[in-house]
Design a binder for this molecule. Structure first.
Ligand SMILES: Cc1cc2nc3c(=O)[nH]c(=O)nc-3n(C[C@H](O)[C@H](O)[C@H](O)COP(=O)(O)OP(=O)(O)OC[C@H]3O[C@@H](n4cnc5c(N)ncnc54)[C@H](O)[C@@H]3O)c2cc1C
Length: 482
């Protein structure tokens, strides 16, 4: 464990980094290694990776915001989860690493007029991230649930691959002994070694601004005590929900929080004749035949989450849950064309989050679920339980028409773990809320450097994009301030 900064009533620093997740940790290490005096503030606590079982309910309690139960209101409402601990989402996520495509970079550059956004430079930053996080494929056998997804896709002739992860495997081919290379194991220790200070269990409530310059942060400490921090520059990396919420509480409105983007998912549980459930791991294969609009993958499947996937039809399914060792949960994810909003409301601690799926999004979710059920049948599933109210149990191809006919997005348990785009970057001020390097419009020294900056949902797991953008912008900050 690294040494944390002791709580005090007041701190000073050259650069305050708010949030220690994928964006914040990368930013803090890059700045500290360039000799800048950095203080990182994190709302959650430091939790050693090996001290909790990955994907367990205990982990949700300790490391997720609100125990993992947060929701974007809409029809349907969309449940979302965020990490709230040192390392943010990187401590609890599946570790699946995907670079954004050239087409995505081109779309971002063009639609938002991002200056000096060069593909080669961007992918060089990805190389660096991959090196730092030891991104690699599983050395031994993948989990049975992963292999089944692969088998189903292969039987249909659909494009699929194994996604590398940020993991090390100290015991050679023993995949089960893999160690997730989250921020608490990589960029945060690097930042602290280079002199950065890390203050955990402190929440930044607002920034105090004087004529376009922020100079002080007001915080709440672990025992509810008030704390202040004075700084030269502030870089907000509190994630796609809490970055815009904090900026709004500090008086910034405009386009901040107006264009939330995400990858919504629908789920199913697939039951096989043999035990296939590995409770503390997730599948590493994804099916990309219909990407980027639609992708299939595997979810965490400990018994509580299997039960959750069956609750939409609990009366019929409650017997099935006892077969959880033979059941795994899978998802169909879409690149949504809808958008949402994050709005901080006076007197409320958490912001109001809303999201509107388009008609095309709703249709795509239904098509995705039917195609995913087909993959599972091809993989040998005995029964497939789609996660929406009134869903039929699928036992053969002939049941798929009933699934498609009965599907309604409003009746489905739609959820997401990929949130972005609430402070999009670019030089087109009609769309962007921050400049091409993340400096907030309307402020001289307030920057953003996390998932909020991605102009839209990348269509792949986003952490690689978040980190590569963070590296690029942190380097630009250093150049501008040297
Ligand atoms: C369950 C799950 C699975 C996922 N799986 C994958 C995957 O396999 N691959 C992938 O690429 N991506 C995955 N993601 C997404 C990925 O984790 C995020 O895209 C990434 O972490 C976003 O980085 P960020 O810096 O924007 O925010 P975060 O990593 O969420 O960090 C934000 C940090 O800011 C802190 N914070 C918030 N408000 C305040 C405040 N007011 N004061 C102080 N601190 C504050 C939070 O506590 C948090 O630690 C997953 C996410 C989840 C939740």
């Amino acid at each position: 464990m690294i040494e944390l900064t002791e709580p005090r009533a007041h701190h000073d620093c050259q650069v305050l980094v708010i949030g220690s997740g994928a964006g914040g940790a990368t930013t803090a290490a890059t700045l500290a290694e360039a000799g800048i005096d950095v203080l990182i503030v994190e709302e959650g606590g430091w939790v050693e990776q090996d001290s909790v079982v990955p994907f367990s309910l205990e982990q949700m309690d300790l490391q997720y915001r609100s125990g993992g139960v947060t929701v974007a209101l809409g029809r349907p409402s969309i449940a979302y989860t965020e990490g709230c601990c040192a390392g943010g989402g990187t401590e609890v996520n599946s570790g699946l690493y995907r670079r954004p495509s050239k087409a995505t970079l081109e779309r971002w550059r063009k639609n938002y007029a991002i200056d000096d956004f060069d593909d080669d430079e961007f992918y060089a930053a990805c190389d660096e991230v991959e090196q730092a996080l030891s991104v690699q494929t599983v050395p031994g056998r993948q989990t049975p649930a992963s292999e089944l997804l692969r088998r189903g896709a292969a039987a249909l002739g659909w494009r699929h691959d194994e996604i590398p992860r940020w993991m090390t495997y100290p015991n050679g081919n023993d995949a089960a002994a893999g160690r997730r290379q989250s921020m608490t194991r990589t960029y945060l220790p690097r930042a602290v070694r280079a002199g950065a200070r890390l203050l955990c269990e402190h929440r930044v409530d607002r920034l105090i601004i004087d004529r376009q310059r922020a100079f002080r942060a007001e915080l709440t400490g672990p025992a509810g005590e008030p704390v202040t921090i004075d700084f030269g520059d502030v870089i907000v990396c509190a994630g796609a929900i809490h970055t815009p919420a904090l900026l709004q509480r500090s008086g910034f409105r405009g386009l901040v929080g107006k264009a939330l983007a995400m990858h919504p998912t629908v789920k199913l549980a697939a039951r096989f004749n043999e035990a296939i459930n590995v409770v503390n791991d997730v599948p590493v294969h994804q099916v990309k035949e219909f990407a980027p609009e639609l992708s299939f993958g595997g979810s965490a499947s400990h018994p509580g989450l299997v039960a959750l996937a069956l609750t939409d039809n609990w009366a019929e399914m409650r017997d099935a849950v006892t077969a959880w060792p033979n059941i795994a949960v899978y998802y169909a994810a879409i690149t949504s064309q809808g958008r949402g909003r994050v709005t901080s409301l006076p007197g409320l601690r958490d912001p109001l989050v809303t999201y509107r799926l388009t008609r095309r999004d709703r249709d795509l979710l239904g098509q995705g679920l039917a195609r995913l059920a087909l993959v599972m049948l091809e993989a040998g599933a005995r029964e497939v339980y789609p996660s929406f109210k009134g869903a039929p149990t699928v036992r053969s191809r002939s049941d798929l028409a009933q699934l498609t006919a009965g599907f309604s997005a409003n009746a489905a348990s739609v959820m997401t773990v990929h949130l972005c785009s609430t402070v999009p970057m670019g030089s087109d001020r009609s769309k962007a809320a921050a400049d091409s390097f993340g400096r907030l419009f309307g402020a001289d020294n307030v920057h953003v450097n996390d998932a909020s900056l991605l102009p839209d949902a990348p269509g792949v797991n986003p952490q690689a994009s978040v980190m590569a953008v963070a590296l690029r912008n942190a380097r630009h900050f250093i150049e501008e301030h040297s």
